[in-house]
Design a protein around this ligand. Structure first.
Ligand code: SF4
Ligand code: SF4
Length: 216
């Protein structure tokens, strides 16, 4: 899931300076879970626009605005309301915003009013936790299912570093050292021999941006 947070309201008003009629795009997937672009937040945005002397010409919450076909369907069903608007506000991640922009048939200013933070998993208490950095060459098989690229602040491929203290990370003592977690996990599974395997440095060419992949 892509984790987002909404921008400050004053910042949003700066974006909308000189634009009074606004169409709102939400997101039915990640931004709904993050409470940044679901039904409730879109309704709050409509009220905020009204309270700020602006008008929402309409809104739509496609399941996933990062999917071109869904953006096009949503735009098609709201042609008049979009046409009538001075600008579009999108409450989603940077993927959704750029997908929207790329699928607009006619130019219309698009304002992304959320910050995209990271790819995260949601734990049982509802906390978003960064667990993968999309390195393009996964080593979870060798590390007990714990990602050192993401969970070690230094991204060490072989650890721990000399700063570990009683299983805690030297960068933040409130945090478990990723490599201590990996050690404990491999020990529990009877796979400590995996720690004798040297993990070569990451091949950053696999992370060269922008990355594209076709299923065809
Ligand atoms: S090693 Fe970590 S960053 Fe790389 S793909 Fe696996 S989980 Fe993601
Ligand atoms: S203490 Fe552990 S998690 Fe922290 S930087 Fe060193 S190896 Fe990485």
């Amino acid at each position: 899931m892509i984790i987002t947070k909404q921008k400050d309201k004053n910042e949003i008003l700066k974006y909308l300076k000189g634009e009074d009629k606004i169409f709102i795009f939400g997101c039915g997937e990640c931004a709904t879970v993050c409470k940044t672009g679901g039904e409730k937040e879109v309704a709050q945005m409509k009220k905020f626009l009204k309270d700020s002397g602006k008008k929402a010409t309409g809104f739509v919450i496609p399941d996933a605005p990062c999917v071109a076909s869904q953006v096009r369907t949503a735009l098609g069903k709201n042609k008049e309301a979009v046409k009538d608007a001075d600008a579009i506000v999108i409450m989603a991640c940077g993927l959704g915003a750029q997908s929207l922009k790329e699928n607009l048939r006619e130019y219309k200013p698009v304002h992304l009013i959320c910050d995209t933070l990271f790819m995260g998993a949601v734990d049982k208490s509802g906390v978003f936790k960064e667990r993968c950095s999309a390195c393009g060459d996964c080593i979870l098989e060798l590390t007990g299912g714990i990602c050192p690229v993401t969970r070690c602040p230094k991204g060490l491929m072989n650890g721990p570093c000399g700063g570990v203290d009683e299983g805690k990370c030297e960068v933040d003592r409130s945090m478990d050292c990723a490599w201590a977690l990996i050690y404990n996990e491999l020990k529990d599974r009877g796979k400590l021999h995996l720690l004798t395997v040297y993990n070569p440095p990451k091949d950053h060419s696999k992370m060269l941006k922008p990355r594209n992949r076709s299923l065809k």
